[in-house]
Design a protein around this ligand. Structure first.
Ligand code: PLP
Length: 367
């Protein structure tokens, strides 16, 4: 069976090399040396001033909302992984959904502008599939209305926009290092910020609000990354350039093979690519379903990233309609892309199955 992604497993000897350090020191959590080393390496890679590792990407979002003292309404995208919305609701914030741009599938700044009112405290865009959203427009909008700006950059590892790391954007950016993401620490995540003050507040919040042996200065939580997670991250990081190269190669083969047979999201023209996902937007829900069954018949399992449109989640009351997002979720599939895929099946064979699915959908229609 070939899934949409496969967790990258670094050489176990490399992983052991890092684990042995934790074993011999006995320091296995609480800002240990491996977490510090991974923070340093990731910080210099992404060009941010502060990078704080946490135990997962969802907590990264929750801590970000608390660090910025968000309240009331937060304007966000309906087209993302569920955690973008669920973390808001979990923190007692009201998600307000602005519809997406039908080409980039990212949050549309004009639609966001229309949702701003006196309850709004922040904007929460996502760089969907690692493709940066309209960062200049969101920056200007947040500034004009005095709103906080948090980017869910869960997919955007290693991406640059306008010549600098995408994690430098906004008051805070968050990222996920879950096993299914491009770079991973088994479970994990990070917050990044340019502000010394916000960074200090984040470090306080992720460690119970403790400031000293006998002092607790804030309501905090436990969101710390441990040394075993950091060891995995350090091991994966050593292979990162090769991982991105292999993804680039697979992406190019898909692109060449599909050659316009199906729409791919429009990419930000000032950005680099990390090829974290391979999204295809079909003409109709039927065409998407037909391609899905053609692939599944050959044990290739694409994923409906993202489904459902988050404004339709059952636990939300009275969320506004988002016709573009609700249409796209019916027509989109993500296809397998990961290092080693080509040892299992030629990309060209997957492309043929996609085209076969498209042909079958059109014959069904004309019949
Ligand atoms: C994966 C993901 C998250 C959550 O990260 P976890 O590390 O799994 O908690 C949040 N937002 C988006 C867009 C994601 O894809």
């Amino acid at each position: 069976m070939i899934n949409v992604t496969k967790t990258y497993m670094p050489d176990i000897r490399t992983y052991n090399r890092f684990l042995e350090r934790a074993y011999s020191s006995g320091w296995i959590t609480n800002a240990g040396p491996l977490v510090q080393e991974l923070e340093d390496k990731l910080r210099s890679r992404s060009g941010v001033r502060h990078l704080i590792l946490v135990s997962n990407g969802s907590l990264a979002l929750q801590v970000a909302y608390r660090a910025l003292a968000l309240s009331g309404e937060v304007i966000t995208t309906p087209f993302s992984f569920v955690a973008t919305t669920s973390t808001l609701v979990w923190e007692g914030l009201k998600p307000v959904f602005a519809d997406i741009d039908p080409h980039s599938l990212n949050l549309d700044p004009d639609n966001v502008a229309r949702c701003i009112n006196d309850q709004t405290s922040a904007i929460l865009p996502v760089h969907v599939y690692g493709n940066p959203c309209a960062v200049d427009a969101f920056g200007a909008l947040a500034k004009r209305h005095g709103l906080k700006l948090v980017y869910d950059a869960a997919h955007a590892f290693g991406v640059e926009v306008n010549g600098k790391g995408v994690l430098c954007q906004g008051d805070i950016s968050t990222i996920s290092f879950h096993a299914t993401k491009l770079f991973h620490t088994v479970e994990g995540g990070a917050l990044t910020t340019d502000s010394d003050e916000i960074a200090e507040r984040i470090r306080l919040l992720i460690n119970f609000g403790i400031t000293g042996p006998t002092r607790i200065d804030a309501l905090g939580i436990n969101a710390k990354m441990n040394e075993f997670q950091a060891a995995m991250g350090l091991a994966v990081l050593e292979d990162m350039d090769r991982i991105i190269e292999q993804r680039q190669d697979i992406y190019t083969r898909y692109e060449r093979g599909l050659n316009g047979a199906v729409m791919m999201p429009a990419l930000h023209d000032g950005a680099t690519r990390n090829h974290a996902y391979l999204p295809l937007v079909f003409r109709s829900s039927d065409e998407r379903a037909s391609v899905e069954s053609a692939l599944k018949a050959q044990q290739i399992i694409p994923r409906r990233y993202f489904y459902p449109s988050l404004n339709t989640l059952p636990y939300l009351e009275g969320a506004n309609a988002c016709p573009i997002s609700e249409d796209i979720v019916e027509r989109i599939l993500c296809l397998p892309i990961y290092p080693g895929l080509r040892d299992e099946i030629p990309v060209e064979d997957i492309v043929e199955l996609v085209k076969q699915g498209i042909r079958m959908a059109s014959t069904c229609q004309t019949r």
